[in-house]
Design a protein around this ligand. Structure first.
Ligand SMILES: Nc1nc2c(ncn2[C@@H]2O[C@H](COP(=O)(O)O[C@H]3[C@@H](O)[C@H](n4cnc5c(=O)[nH]c(N)nc54)O[C@@H]3COP(=O)(O)O)[C@@H](O)[C@H]2O)c(=O)[nH]1
Length: 819
């Protein structure tokens, strides 16, 4: 078919003819062109079609009944010319009022014929032009003098023949002679009727007509070969009209090829399909490009799709998105090289649910070894997976508490060891054994014992850290695996938390509350063992030591750690009581102006005097208070005490500059901190202008944006802010500029050995210079001798604090510094 849209000039001519015909007939005229697939599409319509508002749809309906065929010179259908005989139009058609009604259609017919002739003449012109154009594009055709048409077609195994317009065979090749069992002489100049039985001949003649009518190559239905002695001998025949250069029809060319192999594979698939029809598995067949051809068996049951919904689509439509590209590359590579892939795959059902399948995909090849189809057989293994998971759970979990069992614990320890090795970190295993648990079973029965164990498992689960694992490895034996322990203190805290599981009694049914204790043993990787078995064994032996110590206790595998940890724990418990028992008090250390040597203020420092432990240094207990979350309470107490002292001095008419209070990072992290300070000032009546807060550099820089927001609010209240321990952290200069601070406190480690220590001297000078540049006061702490004082003063340091002037003292002892 020629795309005649290229010759738009013809359209104009035809439009003219169509309009003439329309005006004469007073009918709407439509010309429709047949496209390559035999469907017609509107191309021309007369103006009257619009004038009479005739719907195109009506015309389409009329085409079948009232159309006149327009043909190419080859007799192939180009299109149809149709008169739209809408009733409305007929009424207004003057021709209908004619007295001689018979003449009118005749006249109209000849007009239509004229119009069609006109179009057809131009179609031959178009065809000629088209052929000419093709010739130009192809260039000169090679002349093969030694190759005759006969020689050429005889060398092909396809059956080839040409028939003339009257259906007589003009040419045929040797394959045709062989296939039909006739000599050329018996074929040439004969018609199908003369060669074949009537039915077959009619079939062939009809398909010739079809090809002529459509003007394109057509492929006839497949038919059995003509020689019966060959099994499964199938042919597929193509026919195409043979045209002159002017587009005149010369005849029909026929080519038939053997498609037996293709047919055999198809038959095989059909048989396979039938086998699978009632299969409990789903079966999907695609062509070599992956287009779905067939489904069988439980396909719809499993996927939720009907066959019609998937045919013509690609199996990608079932993709769950769970497999990466590498998975499918491997699948295809196996399929191509081994002809088969078998494995588990996650696919998606029509309802969107993702489910596991056991899938086998095989390629089916023809005799020529070319892959023709892929057959996928699959089953839904959701239930199998579930029971596998259940089995795996049972294998790795304790049935009573559902906690991981010994086997799971060992593999988890091994995993965490590998992780700790990479991170160069530590991990700990805590062996927990309930003291005298046997008595519970003996006295209350095993059922009660089980209930207690379940309750205990629940308590321990809620007390362990999110990253920790709790396992039950025996009757009353539990193990907590702590994968990331930074130090002994943290471990001690974790232990004391776990011990809380035994603080409350266990209540079983109507029995009396049962109080239980446990002995715990701890081993730490890498010191106490480098593999899971050694770690567990050593934790177990540490637990035995705890039992020997009198139970309700814990022990580390390494003795020194036990001592350290117990001391730590003692401090922890005593610290909790210190606030209530009023074991804290404050001392104050003066700060002096380096030039005038007048007091600029006092730093309030916390002291803890425990009746049992004696004086405990804040350097020791403040970090513990931070870890156990007690620092907020303690910090607030210090602030209140300092403010009350300040108010007392004010009421005594004593001047003191500002009282500086240390603020721990954790305190500032609380969103309520600023309000708490406000409230203390209100409650005590201490002026904000007499308060200074010291915040450590490391905290300031940990979250500067948050710190800036809160410090700004405190600064606006009139409180002075200083950066404590300056020089030990990593201050960012850009943040330093933004922070609403007034003072830098040079850390005492840089004051030590001044001026002899050249590094410290350089740092001290730099900090002083930085303070000056940022318009901040600089105070040096830990000034112990004149040499340090002179150096600092000479280099422009503003203030000093240290034993040289005064140790931190009780308020009563500070009269010399008050004015
Ligand atoms: N969050 C809170 N922290 C507090 C509080 N009270 C104290 N602390 C912090 O504890 C750390 C140890 O404090 P402390 O033992 O009181 O030591 C302070 C001074 O006594 C000591 N100092 C002062 N002058 C000298 C000296 O000349 N030589 C010398 N060797 N030590 C001296 O320095 C400490 C002052 O520290 P700083 O706060 O950095 O100015 C300490 O980090 C305290 O901050 C509290 O209530 N809350």
């Amino acid at each position: 078919m020629i795309d005649i849209s290229i010759s738009s000039k013809y359209w104009q001519n035809w439009q003219h003819s169509v309009d003439l015909l329309s005006s004469f007939s007073q009918c709407a005229v439509v010309v429709r062109v047949v496209n390559a697939s035999g469907q017609y599409c509107p191309k021309l319509s007369s103006a009257s079609l619009e004038n009479h508002q005739v719907l195109e749809e009506n015309c389409i309906a009329d085409l079948a009944n009232n159309s006149h065929i327009i043909k190419w010179p080859s007799r192939a259908v180009f299109g149809y010319l149709s008169l739209c005989i809408d009733s409305q139009i007929i009424e207004i058609n003057p021709l209908n009022h004619s007295e001689d009604r018979d003449i009118v259609p005749l006249k109209l017919e000849s007009l239509i014929a004229l119009c069609i002739k006109n179009i057809e003449l131009e179609l031959s012109e178009i065809y000629r032009e088209h052929q000419h154009q093709i010739k130009l594009e192809r260039g000169p055709i090679a002349s093969l003098e030694d190759v005759s048409l006969q020689l050429f077609i005889d060398s092909l195994k396809e059956h080839i023949w040409i028939k003339d317009t009257s259906g007589r065979y003009m040419v045929c090749n040797q394959s045709v002679e062989r296939a039909w069992g006739k000599t050329r002489e018996e074929i040439i100049n004969k018609t199908d009727e003369e060669i074949f039985v009537a039915d077959l001949a009619n079939e062939f003649i009809q398909s010739d007509r079809d090809a002529i009518h459509k003007g394109i190559q057509i492929t006839t239905e497949e038919c059995k070969g003509l020689i019966e002695d060959v099994d499964k001998y199938w042919l597929e025949t193509s026919k195409v009209p043979l045209l002159t250069e002017d587009g005149e029809l010369l005849g029909v060319v026929g080519v038939a090829r053997n498609i037996s192999q293709h047919k055999a594979v198809q038959e095989e698939l059909e048989i396979t399909g039938r086998i699978f029809e009632n299969s409990v598995e789903g079966v999907l067949i695609t062509d070599r490009k992956g287009e779905i051809l067939e489904t069988y068996g439980a396909f719809s049951e499993i996927t939720g799709y009907s066959k019609d919904e998937v045919v013509g689509k690609n199996p990608r439509m079932f993709s769950s998105g769970r497999h990466d590209k590498a998975f499918f590359t491997e699948l295809w590579s196996r399929l191509i090289h081994k002809g088969k892939w078998h494995g588990e795959i996650w696919n998606r059902r029509k309802n969107g649910a993702v489910f596991p399948q056991m899938l086998t995909v095989s390629s089916v090849s023809g005799e020529d070894s070319e892959v023709r189809y892929f057959v996928a057989v699959f089953s839904d293994i959701t239930l199998q997976k579930k029971s596998e998971a259940e089995l795996a759970h049972q294998a790795y979990h304790d049935p009573l508490t559902q906690l991981p069992n010994r086997m799971a614990l060992i593999s988890l320890i091994e995993q965490d060891i590998r992780h700790a090795e990479v991170q160069q970190g530590q991990l700990a295993t805590v062996f927990i054994d309930v003291d005298f648990f046997k008595h519970i079973n003996d006295s209350f029965g095993h059922l009660a014992g089980d209930k207690i164990l379940v309750e205990l498992a629940g308590r321990l689960t809620s007390l362990k850290g999110a990253e920790d694992t709790l396992a039950r490895i025996g009757g009353d034996e539990f193990v907590v695996l702590l994968p990331q322990v930074e130090g002994n203190e943290e471990l001690t805290l974790a232990l004391s938390k776990l011990r809380k599981a035994f603080e409350q009694p266990f209540i079983i049914d109507d029995n009396e509350p049962i109080r239980l204790t446990a002995s715990m043993g701890v081993s730490v990787f890498p010191h106490d063992g480098k593999d899971s078995y050694t770690l567990l064994r050593n934790a177990d032996s540490a637990k035995h030591r705890a039992k020997l110590d009198g139970r309700n206790s814990y022990a580390f595998y390494t003795e020194s750690l036990t001592q350290e940890s117990r001391e730590h724990l003692k401090l922890q418990s005593a610290l909790h009581a210190a606030l209530d028992k009023q074991n804290f008090h404050l001392v104050y250390q003066p700060k002096l102006d380096f030039v005038t040597m007048e007091t600029t203020g006092f730093e309030a420092l916390l002291r803890w005097c425990d009746p049992v432990l004696g004086n405990v240094s804040p350097a020791k207990f403040i970090p513990i208070a931070e870890k156990i979350g007690l620092i907020n309470e303690i910090g607030l107490w210090v602030l209140k005490q300092a403010c009350q002292q300040g108010v007392k001095w004010i009421s005594q008419g004593k001047k003191f500059g500002r009282i500086a209070v240390n603020v721990a990072g954790q305190q500032l992290q609380r969103t309520s901190f600023v309000d708490e300070v406000k409230q203390v000032l209100q409650e005590t009546g201490f002026p904000a202008s007499a308060l200074e807060l010291e915040v450590t550099e490391s905290f300031m820089m940990s979250d500067p944006e948050v710190v800036i927001r809160d410090l700004q609010r405190l600064g606006e209240m009139g409180i002075e802010l200083s950066i404590d321990d300056f020089g030990t952290g990593y201050s960012s200069l850009s943040y330093l500029k933004k922070l609403p601070i007034h003072k830098l406190k040079l850390d005492q480690s840089f004051v030590k050995d001044l001026p002899l220590d050249l590094d410290n001297a350089a740092i001290a000078k730099a900090v002083i210079a930085l303070g000056q540049a940022l318009n901040l006061k600089v105070i040096a702490e830990g000034v112990e001798n004149e040499a340090q004082a002179t150096f600092l003063r000479d280099n422009g340091c503003d203030e000093a604090q240290g034993y040289l002037y005064s140790k931190p003292m009780l308020p009563e002892a500070l009269n010399d510094f008050l004015y």
